[in-house]
Design a protein around this ligand. Structure first.
Ligand SMILES: CC(C)(COP(=O)(O)OP(=O)(O)OC[C@H]1O[C@@H](n2cnc3c(N)ncnc32)[C@H](O)[C@@H]1OP(=O)(O)O)[C@@H](O)C(=O)NCCC(=O)NCCS
Length: 159
């Protein structure tokens, strides 16, 4: 079941963060998202009372951005990441967003495969984006809804 994240979820979320990210968000970052970011929609995937994954979607007027997505190691490869991503795309589309974007490490093959499978394309490189190892990020983007004018799509350089 996918439901909104609550403050009481944070200890568990933070434990999972440390297992799956080299630069995990801390409690302050999550509380800021939960309590002070009016654009953020934080969701968890819960199974038998246990949090298996979570994500954070920003709805920024006509643009949506995936701020984070993660699945507990022992729950990976069971369709949960796909489920959370589909729910974020559904919400972004329902909110009338025209695009959804995200940043991902070029070294993160599982995430790249997931995003490419879901129609995201590499749009640009953000140089030295990650503070822990100064790795570049791919900016990936996916059109949503029916608002985009096809005649103007794809005129930029394909990286
Ligand atoms: C990326 C991540 C969220 C995927 O979650 P998941 O629940 O394991 O993914 P799913 O089981 O829903 O898989 C969906 C698709 O993702 C891709 N994928 C997921 N894990 C993969 C892996 N280890 N290797 C290659 N492709 C993978 C596949 O395309 C897969 O489709 P398939 O099963 O038909 O091959 C998960 O690996 C994770 O939490 N990683 C650590 C945190 C992270 O990197 N988050 C993304 C930051 S941008």
């Amino acid at each position: 079941m996918i439901r909104p994240m609550r403050r009481q979820d944070l200890p568990e979320i933070l434990r999972i963060e440390k297992q799956i990210f080299t630069a995990p968000w801390n409690e302050r970052a999550y509380r800021e998202e939960l309590e002070n970011n009016p654009f953020a929609q934080l969701l968890v995937y819960e199974q038998d009372g246990r949090i298996c994954g979570s994500c954070d979607l920003w709805i920024l007027y006509e643009q949506a951005q995936i701020a984070t997505l993660g699945v507990r190691p022992e729950c990976q490869r069971q369709g949960i990441g796909q489920c959370l991503l589909s729910e974020m795309l559904r919400r972004a589309e329902a909110a009338g967003c025209e695009t959804c974007s995200l940043e991902v490490r070029p070294s993160n093959a599982p995430a790249l495969a997931l995003y490419e499978k879901n129609g995201f394309i590499k749009a640009a490189v953000r140089k030295a984006y990650y503070s822990d190892n100064h790795e570049d990020a791919w900016l990936m983007i996916r059109p949503l809804g029916g608002k985009q004018d096809d005649s103007t799509a794809g005129t930029g350089n394909q990286l």
